[in-house]
Design a protein around this ligand. Structure first.
Ligand code: PGA
Length: 254
């Protein structure tokens, strides 16, 4: 009943012209994909206009996401991008709280919370990233970390429907390392995340919210991950930059 969602996080890769070629090529590959998986790409801000144009011109059944945003609508915030700017580009998703934002750019649960609220207020669907570091993992704190990040990140957040947000469980030690959580480990975390979502919203809504796994997802490990009961998709970094690999990930059940 939860439609799988596979999202590609391009991070700081691909120029706008490269993005156009990439999306045209991806469209060829996905022509027969059907409606059973929702596909989203999250290019850098500078690629969004070109990406939106290709997607719209070709009536391509793929969603567009940004990798971050600021919570104010406008003002003296040099270098930042507002929800209104994303709305204007027909962006529907926005990654919030990615561990690279948290680790390199000072993102905290407090700023995540402001961004999530602003995204929802502007009809953007946040893909909220949570996950523990290697040390935290080794200390057995995986579930506690995800719980704290969610409780603080979603404080005072109200949603009308389960589709209004997505949660990505991304253990930091698995991101870009080639070392992924086992499907069972990922599912344990996803199940706990769903319980926490149930206490924040309602168990009915939580049962319908989609939870992705992210961290070294590739064409060879995706099927096993997607078989897990509480995992409804993947947030894919490195492997989303290769059309063939990303296509194989999207077609994991074909
Ligand atoms: P990775 O990145 O697939 O390259 O590990 C995932 C992410 O950071 O979202």
């Amino acid at each position: 009943m939860r439609k799988p969602i596979i999202a590609g996080n391009w991070k700081m890769n691909m120029t706008a012209s490269h993005a156009v070629f990439f999306l045209q090529f991806l469209e060829e590959e996905l022509r027969y994909i059907g409606e059973d998986v929702e596909v989203v790409v999250c290019p850098p801000f500078t690629d969004l206009r070109s990406a939106a144009t290709v997607i719209e011109a070709d009536n391509f059944n793929i969603g567009l996401g940004a990798q971050d945003m600021y919570w104010e609508e406008k003002g003296a915030f040099t270098g930042e991008i507002s929800p209104l700017m994303l709305n204007d580009l027909r962006v529907s998703y926005v990654i919030i709280g990615h561990s690279e934002r948290r680790n390199f750019f000072g993102e905290t649960n407090v700023t995540v919370n402001k961004k999530v609220k602003a995204a929802i207020a502007h009809h953007l669907k946040p893909i909220i990233c949570v996950g523990e570091s290697l040390d935290e993992h080794n200390r057995g704190e995986t579930l506690d970390i995800a719980q704290t990040q969610l409780v603080e990140g979603l404080k005072g957040v109200a949603i009308k429907k389960a589709d209004d947000l997505v949660v990505a469980y991304e253990p930091i030690w698995a991101i870009g390392t080639g070392r992924n959580a086992t499907p069972a480990e990922a599912n344990d975390a996803a199940r706990h995340i769903r319980t926490v979502l149930g206490s924040i919203f309602s168990s009915d809504l939580a049962g319908k919210i989609r939870i992705q796994y992210g961290g070294s997802v590739n064409p060879d490990n995706i099927s096993a991950i997607m078989k897990e009961s509480d995992i409804d998709g993947a947030l894919v970094g490195g492997a989303s930059l290769d059309v063939a690999d990303f296509t194989r990930i999207i077609k994991y059940n074909k």
